[in-house]
Structure formats: structure tokens, C-alpha cells
Design a protein around this ligand. Sequence first.
Ligand SMILES: CCCCC/C=C/C(=O)SCCNC(=O)CCNC(=O)[C@H](O)C(C)(C)COP(=O)(O)OP(=O)(O)OC[C@H]1O[C@@H](n2cnc3c(N)ncnc32)[C@H](O)[C@@H]1OP(=O)(O)O
Length: 419
Amino acid sequence: MAGVTGRLVRGWCPRAVRRLSLLLTSILQCLSFTFLPVAKFTQPFSSLQVPAQLHMSKTAMGASQKDFESAMNQVKLLEKDPGNEVKLKLYALYKQATEGPCSTPKPGVFDLINKAKWDAWNALGNLPKETARQNYVDLVSGLSSSSDSSSQVKPEADREQAGYETLVMTSEDGITKIMLNRPTKMNALTTQMYQEIMLALEAASKDDSTITVLTGNGSYFSSGNDLTNFTHISPDEIEEKARRGAILLRDFVGCFIDFPKPLVAAVNGPAVGISVTILRLFDLVYASDRATFHTPFSHLGQTPEGCSSYTFPKLMGPGKAAEMLIFGKKLTAAEACAQGLVTEVFPDSTFQKEVWTRLKAYSKLPRNALRISKQMIRNHEKEKLHATNAEESRILQERWLSDECMNAIMNFLSRKAKM
Ligand SMILES: CCCCC/C=C/C(=O)SCCNC(=O)CCNC(=O)[C@H](O)C(C)(C)COP(=O)(O)OP(=O)(O)OC[C@H]1O[C@@H](n2cnc3c(N)ncnc32)[C@H](O)[C@@H]1OP(=O)(O)O
């Protein structure tokens, strides 16, 4: 090492050479950590794990208690991660079976995991302990048989992560792909979908992958907020629903602001509403030349979200941002690229091949360096983004209660009936 350094710095004073030599040695030591084999993805239950120690009351039901205990042991032996949704169900049933109805205080909105666990348990209401125990046993028995039959088939690397109903989540070649999966509804985002995307991002932020990609299944990237989210609400529920919607929106956008790894949008087709505005929170946006970018907020009596009221004027200037966000001008992929919203446009016929080839190459880059560089670029404006997000959510909460908004949504929903 000293020889190499010596050749590099011939003519420098000996103290400087010694210092440089020490520096290079420590850099090489640091790098050797980066090249250690990456831990395998075998931590099946992470923070949603069903408690391992059981303190069952001796008065619990005889045979059912035995089944319950054996089911709990089976859970620990499962080879395949059953996915967050199933883990939440297991957690909720376990709590209900052992402690009865949820009576603990609701965790704060930013405490995502504990809130999801609390919601799952609370949703069981007054389900009797015995029924919860039986449901737990049934659920585990289904999981054990499906894990037995699938264990020989799929290699670990490209396992689809189960438990999502509105998404398909896969991890392969250092890339975690989150695919919106409601193609017949143009991937319109339901409340469940927002929640699943948040859980998927949380999981992706902690897995071994280098890059996370969001894309859509079918012809659309996403048609934005599912307008039926606003239906089936009785008049006395409207305000509470708007309040909850604003919290959901703020949490959802917050996950993108805080996402720690390189985040890529593979925009496979048209994008509408919130699926356009959040794009500025991604590090790369690759679009098919078939994609369009449309934010018809005013037409819906609504206002911008996804931090676009701050990011779009900054990106494209106030005039171009106004055309999109105030007047609902729809951009082609080429126009969105010219405005800096899209990184690169690919012909639709080669979109998938070109994008995935590119991303596979990027995913081989040193992942810690990618992550740190992303954070250096993003950290400058995080506070501003969170403040914008909170303000946009608050304003939308009011907008959702307006006649303008309600009429626009009724128009959309009655459109089909008129056809
Ligand atoms: C809590 C967080 C709130 C965040 C705030 C977010 C705001 C936004 O995202 S605003 C943007 C809202 N989105 C829209 O305004 C788009 C509404 N949809 C449409 O205009 C059209 O459906 C289309 C242009 C996206 C596609 O038109 P077309 O090709 O004619 O296809 P269909 O309309 O027949 O759609 C097929 C099927 O999908 C349903 N659908 C599509 N998008 C939505 C949607 N956003 N909400 C609800 N449903 C949607 C559509 O109704 C059709 O269903 P069926 O009639 O049952 O086949």
C-alpha cells in the first residue's frame, strides 16, 4: 500500500504521504464491508412478527387451545413470507384470541406499522376470543399447505410477495417492483391501494434491493384517485371522511418524500391526478411514448396535491405549471420530458425491455453510495416538501366538502349511466 501511495505522490513530503497512505487504507477497509455478501431475505416476520412467547390462560378452550398453540408453532416454521396483509391478519387474530377486543390507544399517524397493526386488531371489533382462535388456526393451516406446495417451484430471488390484493410486489436482481394491479379500472387508487402502497414502500425501504420501481399493470399507469372513494357516504359522515382522506393523503405523499432509496417510476401508459403530481418525488421517471400526464383538478373542483403546488412551478416555471395544475392541460410524454417532469421517453414497443435493461445495470452499482447520494440531493428540501404536503392536504379536506367537488364527482359517476 505504501509503495502504491509512494508512486502516486512522488515528490510530496513524507508526512503527507503517510497521511494519504492511512486514508487509502481506511477507504479500502470501508469498501470491503460493502462487498460482504448481502444478507439473504429470510427474516420472515420482521416488525410485524407474531409474538413468539405465548402466555395462554389455563382456562382457554381445551382442544382449540392445543390447535391454537400448534398453529403458532407452525407460523414460526413457515418458509415463505406470507406478506404484510396476512401478517396483519395473524397479528390481529392472535391479539383478539389472547386479549379480546382492542382497547389500547391508537398510535400516531406517522407510526405506520403500529397504526396498521392497531387498525387490523381494532377492525375485529367484538369478535369472540374462541372465534378469533379458530380463524387463526384456519388461516395458518391454509398458509402451511400453500407454502408446502410452492416451496419447490420458485427461486427465492423472484418470489412474488404475497398479501397484497391491489398490487403485485416482486424482488429480483436488486430491484423491488411495486406494480399497481387494477388494470380494468385503469389502476385507479382506492383507499386500500393507498394503504398497500405505503406498506409496500415501507417493506421496500428495508429489503436488500438497491432500487425500487413503481409501475402499472395494463394500459394505464394510473387514473389517479378512485372517484368512488367519495361514494356511499351518508351526510353525517362526510366531514369525518374528508378528515380521514386528508390524513391518508398526507401519509401517502409523506412516504414518497421520505423514501430512502433510489425510486423510479416506469410510466407504462397515461397518468392522471395524484399519479402525475407525485412523479416529482421520484429520482427517475421513464415514460412510454403512449403515456400522457393529466391533472384535471379544477374540473373536479379540487386543488393540487403530491407537493406539486411547490415542485411544478419550481421545475417548469409558474406559467407551464399553471397550464397543468390550474387549467388541466394534458401533456404528451415528449412535452412532459421537455418540462423536466419525465427523465426519458421510450417507444412503447420497446419500453419494458429498454427500461428494465437500464435498471438492471443501475442496480449493480454500489447500493450505499446510491442511497447516500439520493439523500444528499433530497434532504435540502424535505422540510419544505412536508410543509407543502400538510398544507395541500388541509386545503383538499375543505375542497372535498364543496359543492363544486361533489357535483364534479357526481358528473363522472353518472357519465356511464347516461351512455
Ligand atoms: C385520499 C387521497 C386523495 C388524493 C387526491 C387525488 C386526486 C386525483 O387523483 S384527481 C384525478 C382523479 N381521476 C380522474 O378524474 C380520472 C377519472 N377517470 C376518467 O376520466 C376515465 O376513466 C379515464 C380517462 C381514466 C379512462 O377513460 P376510458 O378509457 O374511457 O375508460 P373508462 O372510463 O371506461 O374506465 C374503465 C373503468 O375504470 C373506471 N375508472 C377509471 N378511472 C377511474 C377513477 N379515477 N375513479 C373511479 N373509476 C375509474 C371507470 O369508471 C370504468 O369502470 P366501469 O364503468 O366499471 O368499467
